[in-house]
Design a binder for this molecule. Sequence first.
Ligand SMILES: C[S@@+](CC[C@H](N)C(=O)[O-])C[C@H]1O[C@@H](n2cnc3c(N)ncnc32)[C@H](O)[C@@H]1O
Length: 317
Amino acid sequence: MATPKSKQKNPQPLYCNNDHYFMALDTYYQHTRHQETLAKWIEEEFESYVVKVLSEKFGDKLDDQPLRVLGVGSSEGNLETLQLEKLKTKFSRISTTIIEPNTKLSKYQEMVRQKSSDITGIEYIWHNQTFQEFVTSMEAGQKYHFITIVHAMYYLGEVEETVQTFYELLEPGGMIFMVIQADYYGISLLWKTFPQLAVEQQTPATTTEPQKIKTNCLITSTDVKSVLSKYQMAYTQSSYTVSSDLTTCFTQDEMTPVTKLLLDFITMTVDFLESVSDETVNQVMDLIKRNTRVKKGDQGGDKYYFDNKGDILVISK
Ligand SMILES: C[S@@+](CC[C@H](N)C(=O)[O-])C[C@H]1O[C@@H](n2cnc3c(N)ncnc32)[C@H](O)[C@@H]1O
């Protein structure tokens, strides 16, 4: 049988198509309630894991200097704002440096403008560039008390070098809050089984030159933890799980547009179903199906949930 025309196209990695990447990412975040899940963790745990410790270390030592915060891959800033609000309960002055190469930065700036009357005592320093560009151009000796990196480690280059750079940028007594994909679970299990889908892709478009650093979705918390152990950097670990409802993949001839976008995100491929060979689609869908949690739905039929796990590493210097 002749291969359909659409199957002859080269699959496009999600990261090469900025608009489709953010459409799929936003769909995944909304559908799985990913941001709400992390927001809940920040609401309930951030105080004891981070704020209390930083306050004991620096609370009475800053004089009239601000607490210096660095956000990397901040996007629209929703999760960072929650962290800053928590830090603000103990530190009257905060100076936060935001690094985000994408145009999403303007949404963060707009949110800060709108909230300006509520956010007193926080100074924002914006960098519409990559972390790699920032490091190359930053003032020598600049240090931060707190660094936050939520699901951005995949774009920053070689893990050991990146973790060491973050550690060097940290004041003694400072902390890093890192959220990253857990190993061999859900999405990372899929990516590790089909590495051609997830590795060595271009980073999202930046404002300046095309990036030489490649995205590597195969980076997980295991890679970071092995660097932390190697250099005896202290850390704590928590985890969270989110679920994608992929029922229409297995029970209906036509998938919903939302399910298609979820699949694009999970497989890191633009129009996964149309652009990848039938053989790969079948293998990927088979792996997903074998790793779904099946539950009886309210209306009777089976529901298929594909769970994914993230790790929250809090690193201390
Ligand atoms: C998966 S999103 C996470 C966004 C945000 N931290 C959150 O959790 O909502 C990854 C972010 O990293 C940004 N990013 C990509 N490459 C980067 C780089 N080289 N340096 C800094 N940020 C980068 C992307 O533009 C994107 O906003």
